[in-house]
Ligand binder design. Structure first.
Ligand code: ASP
Length: 356
């Protein structure tokens, strides 16, 4: 078989492209390859929004939250740096927070009106807009893993309670007693919520803005794929069986490569009614808004119009991060496309004062 010079160059170019590197032709016509400029990666996480005042936070507490946020951020970012997918990064970051009792997800989640823990979670793939979600799960140690398994291994998007748990058994996901999730701090919070209003066993908390510590992550991987995930115990003293926004695709979680990835935290009933996460994406897609403008409009205008409080973390396909909230604070952290790391708890003024 005879090859022409140009067909050989063509074959080399194909091989080189398949290997993911850039073909360079030297002045003697010889082909050499060099790694292409790396595509951006980015990650943002949250650990809940609410009344989070610097004055009420001891140095030890402040340091513990910051350390936990760094730890979750590191876990997710390491996945992206190693060439892992945005879905894997979201799962890794959220699992760290589910295992940390500081946050209202997994171990340390809030209690229901009947003193149990019921967990909600969801995850979405921006490349395919496939999604997995679960609600009212009481024995799966890491709900975000189950959400991803539902997405990949079942024809469904959402499963509830016992059906979701039986499904988990088919995939070796760790099951635990409900007591595993219990912490004294959260039990006291639920009892306090009940005693604050003797007329209603369903009073959610003394102040609807109380920080609850739901967790979430959004990521952009080297292939340009976005993903989002959220995991929570819901709201303190919620009616057992109550479903919040966190497992609702479009409210608590949304991802689409064409626009953005979003994870919400706040008073879930309002986030469901405002379809917060999808509204941000829709404003970008149909209104041509930039991510920060779309996210600000939803969190500072549309959501408060209904009376809703909370915030979001969001990320677009360029790796731009926007993390608006209309509460006093929001546990949040990110590493954007330029590699800039941010770990914050309070509103901007308080944050600057505390970290000076
Ligand atoms: N959005 C969650 C829920 O309503 C609570 C939270 O974000 O803190 O279940």
């Amino acid at each position: 078989m005879r090859y022409t010079f140009s067909s050989l160059i063509g074959m080399l170019a194909t091989v080189s492209l398949l290997a993911g590197s850039t073909l360079l032709l030297g002045c003697n016509g010889a082909a050499s390859s060099e790694p292409s400029a790396e595509a951006p990666i980015a990650l943002a996480i949250h650990g809940g929004a609410g009344v989070i005042s610097s004055d009420a936070m001891s140095d030890d507490e402040d340091a513990a939250y910051r350390e936990a946020l760094h730890e979750a951020l590191d876990a997710g970012y390491a996945v992206l740096e190693d060439g892992g997918t945005s879905l894997e990064a979201v799962e890794a970051a959220i699992m760290v927070m589910e295992d940390n009792p500081l946050f209202n997800a997994g171990h340390g989640a809030v209690f229901t009106s009947d003193d149990r823990v019921e967990l909600d979670a969801s995850i979405m793939d921006g490349a395919t807009r496939n999604a997995g979600a679960l609600t009212g799960v009481t024995t799966v140690r890491n709900p975000i893993q189950l959400a991803r398994t539902i997405m990949h291994e079942s024809p469904h998007v959402m499963m509830a309670g016992e059906g979701a748990e039986v499904f988990a058994d088919g995939f070796d996901l760790e099951r635990v007693d409900n007591e595993y999730f219990h912490t004294e701090r959260r039990l006291q919070q639920a009892r306090e919520a009940r005693s604050n209003d003797a007329t209603s066993s369903l009073r959610l908390s003394e102040d609807m803005d109380a920080p609850l510590g739901t967790v979430g992550a959004v990521a952009l991987d080297r292939d340009g794929n976005l993903a989002a995930g959220t995991s929570t115990g819901g709201m303190t003293n919620k009616q057992f069986g109550r479903v919040g926004d966190s497992p609702i695709i479009g409210a608590g979680t949304y991802a689409d490569n064409a626009t953005c990835a979003v994870s919400s935290t706040g008073h879930g009933e309002y986030f469901i009614r405002s379809v917060v996460a999808h509204d941000i994406a829709a404003r970008m897609q149909h209104g041509g808004q930039a991510l920060a403008d779309a996210a600000d409009a939803v969190i500072h205008d549309a959501l408060p119009d209904l009376g809703g409080t909370g915030g979001v973390i969001s990320l677009d396909a360029e790796g731009t991060v926007a993390m608006p909230f209309n509460t006093e604070g929001m546990y949040r952290a990110s590493i954007d496309a330029d590699g800039e790391r941010v770990v914050r708890i309070y509103g901007d003024a308080e944050e600057a004062e505390r970290t000076e």
